[in-house]
Design a protein around this ligand. Structure first.
Ligand code: SF4
Ligand code: SF4
Length: 266
């Protein structure tokens, strides 16, 4: 880790203080209905073609009315991607929740079809699951590692919001997600720093000035697509089933940092 001005930088990624914030939250719960998948996700340029390579396998996890792959993605203009276009997963009416949408890749058992294919075909982690889904609710934009505070979750259905007995730093609650961003060595450096300073912001900065902490951490894992924009997308219309107007209203109210769509997850 090194000090860059007053910033904490690990593996070239600036760690926002929100990452050290303590909260009584739970990690992602496999029994959740995946409320965070309600709006789909914006992806990095390399992800849609990677997903399409597995189209046949993906269809086995989806109902027939979602087999038309021309309906899988939507695009919009973007200044943040090399191509000038940003691609997101499409959304459909959620069969399990009235007046709600869900990502087109969310199966009826509330599991991600892309994650299931990645597991079945041993594609590693996160495989073809979009990067921004895999790190949620952590967030990475313009090489700044922070917490996604824009994707709206329903407090009743999102199990990660149901609280935990004790407060812990966000990066610890979402350890696996943080490792995806920083790599294992980068995560160890983050943990060491937080332990040394007990997560106090002023002490964190001081620790960043010490010779030991000033030594740049070795890069062991490169986050994919970290230079590309945000993630959980606003609901988008599917030709077969347009999202209800109520949902469009809800989407329009979502906060979007710097004009970008908020991201999303698992
Ligand atoms: S991140 Fe939260 S809302 Fe999303 S699947 Fe996990 S527990 Fe549910
Ligand atoms: S994890 Fe991402 S790709 Fe998978 S269903 Fe949810 S929003 Fe869609």
């Amino acid at each position: 880790m090194k000090k860059n001005g007053k910033k904490i930088v690990i593996n070239g990624i600036r760690v926002d203080k929100s990452v050290f914030r303590k909260a009584a939250l739970r990690p992602c719960d496999p029994d959740c209905i995946a409320d965070c998948c309600s709006g789909g996700v914006w992806m990095t340029d390399d992800e849609p073609p990677r997903i399409m390579k597995w189209a046949k396998a993906i269809k086995r996890h989806l109902p027939k009315d979602r087999h038309d792959e021309t309906q899988w993605f939507v695009t919009r203009k973007s200044k943040d991607t090399p191509s000038g276009i940003e691609t997101g997963t499409n959304t459909v009416e959620d069969p399990a929740r009235e007046d709600e949408t869900c990502c087109i890749f969310l199966r009826s058992d509330r599991k991600c079809a892309l994650q299931a294919v990645s597991r079945d075909r041993k594609l590693g982690w996160p495989g073809i699951k979009p990067f921004y889904c895999s790190i949620y609710p952590l967030y990475l934009e313009n090489d700044v590692f922070s917490i996604d505070e824009t994707t709206e979750l329903d407090e009743e259905t999102a199990l990660c919001l149901h609280g935990a007995d004790e407060k812990r730093p966000m990066f610890e609650i979402y350890r696996d997600e943080a490792i995806l961003i920083l790599g294992k060595k980068g995560y160890a450096e983050l943990k060491r720093l937080a332990d040394e300073t007990k997560g106090t912001p002023s002490k964190l900065k001081k620790a960043a000035k010490t010779p030991a902490a000033g030594k740049p951490a070795a890069k062991d894992t490169k986050p994919t697509g970290k230079k590309v924009a945000a993630r959980k997308a606003a609901p988008k219309n599917v030709a077969a089933k347009a999202a209800p107007a109520k949902q469009a209203d809800k989407a329009a109210k979502k906060k979007t940092p710097a004009g970008k769509a908020p991201a999303k997850r698992k």
